[in-house]
Design a binder for this molecule. Structure first.
Ligand SMILES: [Zn+2]
Length: 296
């Protein structure tokens, strides 16, 4: 039996499938908790709304330097600053492994990507290569609309599906007008010279220095070129994967990957090395699995 959700915001606890009495009681308590969280706009576990340095404009957003190995690596993020405590104490952290056989089948809203063609501009922020979008690209999920703020890359993938990393993962970060409503779409990427690849012309010139911006004046691209054609997805509630690891993020992990040329992957590795946080505990979170597109 499927669940039917009009919006992913309704979350896994709103329209529960009746499975057994114990499940129903647990679901009822969980639904009350989730509704209370939404009423206050606060994440009780994290005690903070989903505001992240991605959305802050001022400089020096971080009070502690962090990275991906050694004394500033992911295992030690929470020790680097009190502001990073969720990295250790959070109960809904990302990324996670997605065991496809243990996900909950659901009828979920179709994703409609209304992205705009834009001039290519990317910055090396010291942690990833990031494209910041001007206003004008949107993701529609049911009747909710989210603006695309930026997209960036992780090598190798942060999420795993059935325990397997992809070569790379793209995160399309969206935000609604309502504070704290963040949707990140994750796309798995494999390097394969034997299959048709998505074209990433920019990365002949990946910005190599921190804060270096690569701008292609006359090259316009639509970010939806980097999306798979099949828009079915997994979804769960998690966090940003970089300090301060703010929770309250709706994750949409696309089931289908895209393919890039091996030389593009090699170029990324040379510039950004490895920038993936290890998978985090599920802590009994449910992962919903879209079974078939909803017919409007
Ligand atoms: Zn990311």
């Amino acid at each position: 039996m499927f669940r039917t959700l009009r919006n992913i915001d309704e979350g896994p606890t709103y329209l529960q499938v009746q499975r057994c009495l114990v499940c129903s009681v647990v679901a009822c308590i969980a639904a009350m908790y989730m509704m209370d969280m939404r009423a206050t706009g606060q994440d009780k576990l994290g005690d903070s709304p989903a505001v992240h340095h991605y959305f802050l404009k001022e400089k020096h957003q971080h009070d502690a330097k962090w990275g991906y190995d050694g004394e500033i690596g992911p295992e030690l993020w929470a020790k680097l600053s009190p502001k990073y405590r969720l990295a250790a104490e959070g109960k809904r952290q990302s990324p996670i492994n997605i065991p496809s056989k243990c996900t909950v089948p659901a009828q979920l809203p179709v994703l409609r990507f209304k992205y705009q063609e834009e001039r290519i501009a990317a910055v090396n922020n010291g942690h990833t290569i990031q494209h910041s979008e001007k206003r004008g690209s949107f993701l529609h999920v049911g009747d909710r609309v989210y603006a695309l703020e930026q997209f960036h890359f992780h090598v190798p993938s942060e999420h795993t599906i059935d325990g397997r990393h992809a070569d790379m993962e793209i995160h399309f970060v969206h935000k609604s007008e309502k504070l704290g409503d963040v949707v990140v779409v994750a796309v798995m990427v494999y390097a394969d010279s034997s299959k048709p690849a998505v074209d990433i012309p920019l990365y002949a010139e990946i910005p190599k220095q921190i804060n270096e911006v690569a701008e292609a004046k006359d090259i316009y691209r639509n970010p939806d070129d980097l999306l798979p054609l099949d828009h079915r997805y997994f979804t769960y509630r998690g966090s940003f994967t970089t300090p301060p690891c703010t929770e309250g993020v709706h994750w949409i992990v696309m089931k289908s990957p895209v393919v890039i040329r091996p030389e593009v992957l090699a170029a990324f590795k040379r510039v950004i090395g490895s920038n993936s946080r290890p998978v985090q505990k599920h802590n009994d979170r449910e992962i919903l699995s879209m079974q078939s597109p909803k017919q409007d």
